[in-house]
Design a protein around this ligand. Structure first.
Ligand code: NAD
Length: 322
């Protein structure tokens, strides 16, 4: 009888899917013992994590574990080689939150284009006169450069096109024809793209090759007065370089859903800047996104344990071959 552990709170529909699955026993936060997670994993066949890190120490006693599902798509808190060495599959919920994150990127663009946060704060202070002082712009007619044409980037490109933007896409891992076929301009030379874009929006995975990708050199290639959006991962951005670019006016503004260190370190100096909008890594966490991530996490683990894994959702496919 498969035993499944859910390490973090997830949407109740996901718990219900597991609870009503025939022949499954379940351990989840609302019904868990006080025992440390590593002990609760003794005898577990499947594990669902949201914010919990998965490392060697956690896996030490998990001798029966065959599948871990990360609620979402980023798995920077999971030691994938450690799972692979033990023959444990890592799964994600690939499509569940892509629409939510794409809408969030557009929300940040609109927010900065219309100066919403400072203007709203001024009105709350009774300063209606801000009406004549705030300079704003339309997205329509502007050029956006989308970095990464995956699940989220493709959706962002579509939304930007719907706003009447010129859409450039940079993704060195895809044939230019794929991007052109979808109706967008493929940019092979990154810097040539940066030089043309009014808005640059980043949708690439966080890994060794993308860490610190948005550094001083990257920012210096961006158009004077351009806007940066990052809903991907904080580690992609050199925050000191970004702060300098925002203070100097080289960049007009930035919208971030993610920071280099999360939860945020108190007193991050750039947070005092009016031309920065920050949300606390919530792009995926709409009602719909949370429900789909929980539902799909449950389905992934149940299907895997029943021998019908969705291979597209498995990160370390080599364990399936073994
Ligand atoms: P995906 O794997 O579907 O797509 C990523 C794309 O980036 C791929 O097409 C890949 O070829 C491309 N790419 C890789 N390196 C690149 C580079 N150096 N330059 C340009 N393109 C490159 O990923 P996704 O599901 O679209 O997720 C994108 C990002 O969003 C990830 O970092 C993910 O962790 C993050 N994310 C954030 C949230 C949130 O709540 N803020 C939620 C979900 C995902």
């Amino acid at each position: 009888m498969p035993h499944i552990v859910v390490a973090d709170p997830i949407h109740p529909d996901g718990i219900e899917r597991l609870r009503t699955a025939p022949g499954v026993t379940l351990d989840h936060p609302a019904a868990a013992t006080a025992a440390p997670l590593a002990e609760r994993l003794q005898g577990a066949d499947g594990l669902i994590v949201r914010g919990t890190a998965v490392d060697e120490a956690l896996l030490a006693k998990a001798e029966r574990l065959r599948v871990v599902c990360r609620h979402g798509v980023g798995y920077d808190l999971v030691d994938v080689p450690a799972l692979t060495r033990r023959g444990i599959a890592l799964m994600i919920t690939p499509e569940a939150n892509a629409a939510s994150v794409a809408e969030h990127a557009l929300m940040l663009m609109l927010n900065l284009a219309r100066n919403v946060v400072p203007v709203s704060a001024a009105v709350r202070r009774g300063e209606w006169r801000v009406r004549g002082q705030s300079s704003t712009f339309e997205l329509g007619g502007r050029t956006v450069l989308v970095f990464g044409f995956g699940r989220i980037g493709t959706r962002v490109a579509r939304l930007c096109a719907a706003f009447g933007m010129r859409v450039l896409v940079h993704d060195p891992y895809l044939p230019a024809g794929t991007i052109r076929g979808a109706g967008y301009e493929a940019v092979v030379d990154r810097d040539a793209g940066l030089a043309q874009a009014d808005i640059v929006t980043v949708h690439v995975p966080a890994n060794e090759s993308t860490r610190g990708m948005v550094d001083a050199a990257f920012l210096s290639r961006m158009k004077q007065g351009a806007v940066l959006i990052n809903t991907a991962r904080g580690t992609l951005v050199d925050e000191a370089a970004l702060e300098a670019a925002l203070r100097s006016g080289r960049l007009a503004a930035a919208g971030l859903d993610v920071l280099r260190v999360e939860p945020m370190v108190q007193g991050l100096p750039m947070l005092e800047l009016d031309n920065l909008v920050v949300t606390p890594h919530v792009a995926a966490s709409t009602a719909e996104g949370l429900r789909r991530m929980a539902w799909d996490s449950a389905g992934n683990v149940l299907d895997f344990l029943a021998g019908r894994a969705d291979r597209d959702a498995v990160v370390n496919g080599e364990v399936l071959k073994a």
